[in-house]
Ligand binder design. Structure first.
Ligand SMILES: [Cu+2]
Length: 141
């Protein structure tokens, strides 16, 4: 009788331990998406990017902190299946040029980069607003 209770105790300990492992493992899974954060502020693109590798799902999170409308546009998405999420709506397609952002709004762009090099992006409303992303080929890593 008491040994049975012991066994259940172990099952409980195992379940809790597994739960901890699972939670610890989750950020690792999330890292398989490479995230770039782009903030638009004072008519400038401020980019936070780590090392971006080809062939991995990439996520660009764009936030417009200005009180004016801006655009995040780039030829880098050309020909690539791209998903843009904005205001709870997801647009999916090839040949999406970018996204317009109203003041204090954000958007999430998902794509799978296949071309290495420097990729420029710009705001079509304010042509002097420019930024770039650097994509490394797998060999360079
Ligand atoms: Cu702009």
């Amino acid at each position: 009788m008491s040994s049975q209770k012991m066994q259940w105790g172990w099952v409980l300990v195992l379940a809790v331990t597994c739960g901890f492992w699972w939670e610890a493992a989750e950020p690792i899974f999330a890292q398989s998406e490479q995230v770039v954060e782009v903030t638009i502020k004072d008519f400038k693109f401020v980019t936070k990017q780590g090392v971006l590798r080809l062939g991995f799902p990439s996520v660009i999170k764009v936030r417009n902190e200005d009180a004016e409308r801006h655009d995040f546009g780039s030829a880098m998405f050309e020909g690539l299946p791209t998903q843009i999420e904005k205001d709870g709506v997801i647009v999916y397609g090839r040949g999406l040029g970018g996204v317009f952002l109203d003041p204090k709004r954000d958007a999430v762009i998902r794509f799978n980069m296949s071309r290495p090099g420097r990729h420029e992006f710009r705001c079509s409303i304010h042509p002097n607003m420019k930024g770039e992303l650097l994509l490394l080929s797998a060999e360079a890593v």
